[in-house]
Design a protein around this ligand. Structure first.
Ligand code: DAH
Length: 339
């Protein structure tokens, strides 16, 4: 084959190539430059020419080889670009298609309330402490001044796992764990799940509490009252007042039950407050000196107050929910109402 024919034929073939001609191009390259390719063949046949013609002929062949190699390279890049373009066109997304929207979830009301309370306390300088759900008898009861066989254990029907190990019945256990590790001044809240063998429309075997603990020098019952008053205003609005009723908890002395005036009727009596004008929201008191001693804190130097509230209960009051199970069933028709 003559050099010119080779060159013209290669050019024609290159010109006819399109996006999917990668194989044709590879074949053409082998045909031209391969071991038994036509240009390689011409080079080899130089030796049959007379000595003085060889340099010129060699240069001609080489020029064509360089030219065609450059054209092949250019084509290769072009084919690559064309292939990408074609793929992009084929994969185009049609944004005009009318598809049903995905529904967007909402936060569970219990979490909304919990997060609001956490925000409130963090804003007031408290730290959030996470304490285990599986506890020992010591942290859940004994260190909180509830010895074995103490009648106060009856208030909390406990799920025991085995001897001395139980599902915590109260986040108060977090008080002990924290005070063992950190010394005063202390300001902490401990939110979490708690467990009791209880089951009716206002009690569930699993529910949520938030514990609060403040220990420092010169902490008094007035500090507790002020703290809970501003807390009540934060959740129930500006009007409510709070009242303390004397109560008993082994880990506080004195102990109180705390009510807020009904945010719905302002204290006149309605369904929300069961016609009493007051809603019970939490238990509290001054940390019992035995509890401080159990944690290696000197009760003559430091005093503290503690409080514990039921998050499910506060959520039920806030959202006017009458059955605690609704918080567990996760029925979307119920949850949607709190978007
Ligand atoms: N742990 C108590 C309960 O579950 C609630 C409680 C009462 C917590 C008084 C306290 C407190 O910290 O001071 O019934």
């Amino acid at each position: 084959m003559k050099l010119n024919e080779i060159r013209e034929e290669a050019r024609k073939k290159l010109a006819a190539m399109h996006a999917r001609s990668e194989r044709d191009l590879a074949a053409l390259k082998t045909h031209l430059f391969g071991k038994s390719g036509v240009l390689t063949g011409l080079m080899k046949s130089l030796k049959d020419l007379p000595q003085d013609e060889r340099p010129k002929a060699g240069k001609e062949i080489n020029d064509v080889r360089v030219e065609l190699a450059a054209l092949c390279d250019k084509k290769e890049k072009e084919l690559h670009r064309l292939a990408i373009e074609e793929a992009l066109n084929a994969e185009q997304i049609d944004l005009s298609i009318d598809k049903p929207c995905r529904t967007v979830g909402a936060r569970h009301p219990l979490n909304t309330v919990k997060n609001r309370l956490i925000d409130y306390f963090i804003g007031n300088g408290y730290v959030v402490y996470d304490s285990p759900e599986i506890e020992t008898d010591y942290y859940n009861f004994q260190a909180l001044n509830v010895p074995p066989d103490h009648p106060a254990r009856d208030m909390q029907d406990t799920f025991f796992i085995n001897d001395g190990i139980l599902l915590r019945t109260q986040t108060s256990a977090g008080q002990i764990r924290l005070m063992e590790k950190f010394k005063p001044p202390i300001k902490m809240i401990c939110p979490g799940r708690v467990f009791r063998n209880d089951d009716d429309s206002t009690h569930s075997p699993v529910f949520h509490q938030m514990e609060g603990l403040v220990v420092d020098k010169n902490v008094t019952l007035c500090d507790l009252k002020g703290t809970l008053e501003s807390f009540a205003k934060f959740i129930f609005g500006e009007q409510p007042t709070i009242r303390f009723r004397p109560s008993y908890f082994p880990f506080t002395e004195p102990s109180v039950e705390v009510d807020v005036s009904c945010f719905k009727c302002g204290g006149k009596g309605c369904r929300v407050c069961k016609n009493t004008g007051w809603i019970e929201i939490l238990g509290a008191g001054m940390v019992n000196r035995k509890v401080l001693e159990n944690c290696g804190i000197d009760p003559d130097e430091y005093h503290g107050f503690a409080f514990g509230m039921g998050l499910d209960r506060i959520t039920m009051i806030e959202c006017a929910i009458n059955d605690i199970k609704l918080l567990w069933e996760n029925d979307v028709r119920f949850l949607r109402q709190f978007k």
